[in-house]
Write a protein that binds this ligand. Sequence first.
Ligand SMILES: *Cc1c(COP(=O)(O)O)cnc(C)c1O
Length: 370
Amino acid sequence: MDRISIAYPVFRGNERKYIDECIDTSWVSANGRFVKEFQQGFADYCGCKYGLACSNGTVTLHLALIALGIKPGDEVIMPTLTYIATANAVRMVGATPVFVESDPDTWNVSPEAIEKAITPKTKAIIPVHLYGLSCDMTAIMDIANKHNIPVVEDAAEAHGAKWDGKVVGSMGAIGSFSFFGNKIITCGEGGMIVTNDEELFETMKLYHSQGVDPKQKRYWHLVSGFNYRMTNMQAAVGLAQLEDIEWHKAQRRRVAGTYNKLFKEKLDGLVKVQRVDDPENHVYWMNCIMLTDKVKKDRDQVMAEMEEKNIEMRPLFYPMHVMPPFEDKSVTFPIAEKIGSRGICLPTHAGMDESKIEYVVDSLEEILTK
Ligand SMILES: *Cc1c(COP(=O)(O)O)cnc(C)c1O
């Protein structure tokens, strides 16, 4: 059996044709039709008015926080269990990330924990749709609206997941996405912001391109901004992937369906997965398992044994509050710590065939039961 990678992008649409067009027409930088079409197409897909293509899914969060006026001294509530970019973006505006506990079943941020963490300094909430599963956006938006705090959805892992019929990214004030090589759809590196708020959009647009005045003369800058633009070449790939997003989602759900069926048959009681109440909620960026207490081996040992069988594994994210840049010994989040220390991400990609999924689960069965 060849090595089974954790992730693998699939390009089966217009990607190459559009890239060729960039080169043939010499529109390779941030001007060009693909940037415009990708932005509008992605915003439409999310049910939002505005889309802004950016260089990655970290700077999108940075721009969102700038547009909301978040500054040093402000607090931003987020799950401790997330990818570090969420927390880094808060540091980029000099604000303080306030980490909160996860839900033991969905592994997403606990709405109750968000509400408990609110102080007069809280200026934003960033729920993260972890591994492709939508957070409980009804509960989160109720809390946010009650306290009048804006929400930035970190939807970097969950393109096209839905909550109560709405696409993630469209429910908060701003939605942020990543198109890194292993995400649901990719353009190598890239990010997108969606919003329905014209003023927020104009501010993010201003800062993403050196603060250049959109109306005034050339080289006239209104603020000190950044170069966070996406290139037309990236957008060419992104647009082609977007045209094919329903296929990508369907394939990921197929892979998850097979994993879940085999977990029940072969690993019952040994592993837990994220609880999914409605199939529309999850787009399965990754299929992750958490080893239950019945498994006596530690997680890293299981991963090492799987690697020996030529299967690439990833640990679940380590909670932010235990890692050097954000370490805080005065707090403890037992649920997030447990998920983080007992969780494993399994190979998940749209092109993964059934025999490989079976090989992964059979290997796990052997390792967990022997
Ligand atoms: C991937 C990811 C990001 C950052 O995206 P990049 O494009 O890699 O900068 C942000 N948040 C979460 C939760 C992610 O998984």
